[in-house]
Design a protein around this ligand. Structure first.
Ligand code: GYE
Length: 349
């Protein structure tokens, strides 16, 4: 890694020039469709100051949730010029093929680091190998990739399985307190983006808990894609077709908001004094507001503030150290009775 650093520093100015050339090439390719490439279309070479900046290419999943927006903000607030970085940001609009194209683009521009928040776990080996061949360290953030560990420098994110376990342990306890241990409990499961680590971990915990509790029954799993709009539709349809669940297990706050919308529309009460127990993940501000109001019963925290964590990994690599391969963030969970407005307002996300 040290060797790599030396090489990188010496070649930074040259790389910057190549980046500009690559950019110019991309602009020209686009211009072919609109009337040709002239010297005015090529981005101007500006102040040489940028040669000192560390260039980070970040491929973000999209903007599907409040969590995601907070995650993007955290990255943008960290990788600023004032902090010594140039951030190349790409929004993949929830599509892996866009992420792969963005990473190839970052390689072409010879960035110093590639950071990727992968939409799903599978399908990364090829492009990560390309980054490795180009000697560009890759840092994976938030969700994981299923790939050879040599293909990325480090991962930082949440233990999604543990988050799910917190939720199911809470439910077991809550039902015990209510004297409902032997009662049949029907659960409607609203799943997040299929194949994403957040979905895989949170779903696994729920499935194991259903298996091990004789009286818990899975009414069905519906695909909410981590968004309010999609979840509203699928929960509304599920309520139209089936019976009213005792529990709705939503794999993020935005899908929880969609589920509440569907329940409210059908005048089905929910939360602390209601008929349907609602569990959610993220503990974003909108989620915590619903929790504090008692409209949901539990919000399991998932921390999106990864910018400083990714920066710490980059600093270690810059210092010639090898960062830990996996870094899990500590998290908690919230119930209505322990939330205050002051606390919610004091949170960043
Ligand atoms: O829970 C959800 C987002 O991967 C942890 O993705 C993230 C999840 C988060 O869209 O809100």
């Amino acid at each position: 890694m040290k060797e790599y650093r030396k090489f990188r520093k010496i070649n930074q100015a040259e790389k910057k020039e190549k980046r500009h050339l690559a950019l110019a090439f991309l602009v020209c390719a686009a211009m072919l469709f609109t009337g040709g490439c002239t010297s005015e279309n090529v981005p101007e070479e500006t102040e040489d100051d940028t040669a000192k900046l560390t260039v980070v290419g970040f491929s973000e999943v999209g903007a599907e949730s409040d969590w995601r927006v907070a995650n993007t903000e955290s990255m943008k607030a960290t990788f600023t010029e004032a902090n010594g970085y140039e951030l190349l940001f790409d929004d993949a609009k929830q599509k892996q093929e866009n992420q792969i194209a963005a990473i190839r683009n970052f390689i072409l521009q010879e960035v110093d680091y590639i950071v990727v928040a992968p939409v799903v776990e599978d399908g990364w080996e090829g492009v990560l190998q390309e980054a490795k061949d180009a000697d560009i360290p890759v840092i994976v953030v938030d969700r994981m990739v299923k790939a050879d560990e040599d293909l990325f420098a480090a991962w930082v994110g949440s233990d999604f399985y543990e988050e799910g376990q917190k939720a199911t342990a809470w439910l077991e306890n809550y039902l015990k307190e209510q004297g409902r241990v032997h009662e049949r409990i029907d659960i409607l499961h609203v799943q997040g983006t299929e194949g994403s680590s957040a979905q895989i971990g949170r779903t696994k915990s729920l499935m194991e808990a259903v298996e091990s509790h004789g009286s818990w029954r899975l009414l069905g799993s519906v695909q909410g894609e981590f968004t309010q709009a999609k979840t509203y539709e699928v929960v509304r349809d599920a309520l139209d077709k089936g019976s009213i669940p005792d529990v709705i297990y939503c794999e993020n706050d935005n899908s929880m908001l969609g589920a509440l919308q569907a329940l409210d529309e059908k005048k089905i009460s929910h939360g602390v004094d209601g008929r349907v127990i609602v569990i959610s993940f993220d503990a974003s501000k909108p989620g915590l507001e619903e929790c504090k109001a008692g409209r949901i019963n539990l919000d399991v925290e998932c921390n999106p503030d990864h910018g400083p964590r990714v920066e710490a990994i980059i600093e270690q690599i810059e210092a010639g150290k090898t960062p830990e391969k996996y870094c899990y963030v500590e998290e908690t969970c919230f119930r209505p009775e322990e939330l205050t407005q002051e606390f919610i307002d004091s949170r960043k996300y």
